[in-house]
Design a protein around this ligand. Structure first.
Ligand code: ZN
Length: 132
């Protein structure tokens, strides 16, 4: 397992890139709208992981609520798993509270599923399985 990315909530990706790209020196290599999750994301590789900037697509986006409550910050941590169905089955068997019982398609066409923060020390955890 490894950390695939850290999801960071922002009101505006372009504005955020002034810090992450211009000041810090990372590079946004991929920007994408994930309609299903009502977000636009930018991926910035850092070592073997990435920073994922998350911008809400509208007031109905989960990121909007997060920004309202916290004004930004780390929204979730994503770990890469080999077999997301197997991981979900194991977590379920362990009594872990899941947000997604079934994987769905996330950014970069990966299969993703979220684990409820109540079961993960207050951290929203995303499982990611890469697709070929
Ligand atoms: Zn993510």
């Amino acid at each position: 397992m490894k950390i695939d990315h850290l999801g960071i909530a922002t009101g505006g990706i372009e504005e955020s890139l002034k810090f992450w790209e211009d000041a810090l020196g990372l590079e946004s290599v991929h920007v994408e709208v994930v309609e299903d999750q009502r977000v636009r994301v930018a991926m910035l590789p850092i070592g073997e992981s990435r920073i994922e900037l998350l911008e809400p697509l509208g007031d109905d986006s989960p990121i909007s609520g997060f920004l309202e409550k916290r004004g930004g910050g780390i929204h979730h941590i994503a770990v890469e798993v080999k077999d997301i169905n197997e991981s979900l089955a194991k977590l379920k068997a362990e009594g872990v509270r899941l947000i997604d019982e079934e994987p769905r398609v996330g950014a970069e066409n990966c299969l993703v599923a979220f684990v409820h923060p109540k079961s993960a020390n207050g951290v929203l955890l995303e499982l990611v399985q890469k697709t070929a």
